[in-house]
Write a protein that binds this ligand. Structure first.
Ligand code: FES
Ligand SMILES: [Fe+2]
Length: 396
């Protein structure tokens, strides 16, 4: 047995993870330790957050050249920046000199990222370009020090639908291949050219919720529509449980649900413009997919959102909602402002309803009598897919 799996077995009985992969009627969900044990989080960071394609932000939050921000992925310090060629780059946020965490807060870089400790500076391509007094007073170079060996370490990244994905260990398949099954699924609603019409809303485009629970609860709750009648009476008034279908990604890297009757009632004579290729006979379809591990996507004929998770500890998660419309007028003009506000409030309301639920699940997991739970063989399939995904990655 691999060393890490053996270590994992010291905090969780591995049989409890293996039963997750049984057929749904005989399976249990992930055991309590996966939500309540602080040491377990180390394995999850290694096996999931370092090994997989993970979302760490959106390009719209650093819209201009030189915009840079720090981000900590479960304690791993990173820098996200927009370089001089308008490309988004991600670096490890640690100075090659003596290891200071270089970027402490969001900023606008002029030319370089300067480490505050001894002022070593890196250009936006990560190259070390200045090392003041490195060879003694007023000697800014040193014959036996080669700058080229001390660049910032870049992290493999890919921007898709404005979402910044990273694969920290550079060991996952190429992102284009990784996303193809989902991208192909949505090509019928949303061919590539239409996706480029998405514009981030600068006024009602973002909210954040702080969840006092493990990040996985947000995903497993998002995957299913079973809870709709009781948790979301507003949504359920026009999109009932019956109108939903399951979505299962193959290979298993996303899961979720769709509705046949997306039809919110806003107080306005206007309607948002729609994606031009969205089929007329599928106007009321909307799909809600969790792309594992940490982003929940929603596509509708007239807007898109990405709700991504920033896990902070085993029992605390920041949830970030980013909303996009079709074209700049819908996303940012005064004309559509009231509609945008109503749509924003709708989603904030729905996600807040879910927040109460997922926090309650965290509390429930303190019960030693709970064995990971028994799924509904009909209603919980997408959630089971997610549990299986986590379980199989833990055992790899
Ligand atoms: S640690 Fe960054 S310049 Fe010394
Ligand atoms: Fe929900």
């Amino acid at each position: 047995m691999e060393v890490e799996t053996r270590k994992l077995s010291q905090i969780i009985d591995l049989n409890k993870i293996k039963v997750v992969n049984r057929p749904i009627a005989k399976a249990h969900g992930l055991p309590n330790e996966c939500y309540t044990n602080k040491d377990y989080l180390f394995f999850e960071r290694k096996k999931i957050f370092e090994n997989k394609w993970v979302v760490i932000g959106v390009g719209s939050s650093i819209p201009n050249i030189g915009d840079a921000k720090p981000f900590d992925l479960l304690g791993i310090p990173l820098i996200i920046l927009r370089d001089k060629n308008n490309n988004i780059r991600v670096y490890h946020n640690v100075c090659s000199h003596r290891g200071y965490k270089i970027l402490q807060e969001e900023c606008k870089l002029k030319n370089v990222i300067r480490c505050p400790y001894h002022s070593w500076s890196y250009d936006m391509n990560g190259k070390l370009v200045a090392t003041p007094h490195i060879g003694g007073m007023n000697k800014h170079s040193c014959s036996n020090f080669n700058k080229s060996g001390s660049s910032l370490k870049e992290v493999k990244s890919y921007v898709w639908l404005d979402l910044i994905f990273i694969n920290l260990n550079n060991n996952e398949i190429e992102f284009e291949k990784y996303i193809k099954p989902l991208s192909d699924r949505w090509a019928k609603f949303w061919p590539e050219k239409d996706r480029d019409l998405m514009v981030y809303s600068n006024d009602y485009g973002y909210f954040n919720l702080n969840a006092k629970c493990n990040w996985k609860f947000a995903i497993e709750n998002y995957c299913e529509s079973y809870h709709l009648p009781w948790v979301h009476p507003g949504l359920n008034s026009y999109s009932k449980l019956d109108d939903h279908y399951h979505i299962q990604g193959l290979p298993n890297r996303f899961a979720g649900q769709g509705t046949l009757v997306y039809n919110p009632r806003f107080k306005s004579k206007l309607n948002f413009p729609c994606f031009p290729s969205w089929p007329k006979d599928k106007e009321n379809i909307a799909e809600y997919v969790a792309l594992f591990p940490n982003v929940m996507l929603g596509i509708h004929k007239d807007h898109f959102y990405a709700y991504w998770l920033e896990p902070v500890s085993n029992e605390y998660t920041k949830e970030h909602m980013e909303i996009y419309y079709v074209g700049n007028e819908a996303a940012n003009s005064k004309k559509f402002k009231s509609l945008r506000r109503q749509n924003f409030e709708l989603w904030k309301g729905v996600q807040s309803e879910d927040l109460n639920i997922i926090e309650g699940m965290q509390e429930g997991r303190n019960s030693p009598s709970y064995n990971g739970g028994n799924f509904s063989p009909k209603m919980d399939n997408p959630t089971h897919h997610f549990h299986k995904w986590v379980a199989s990655n833990l055992m790899k």
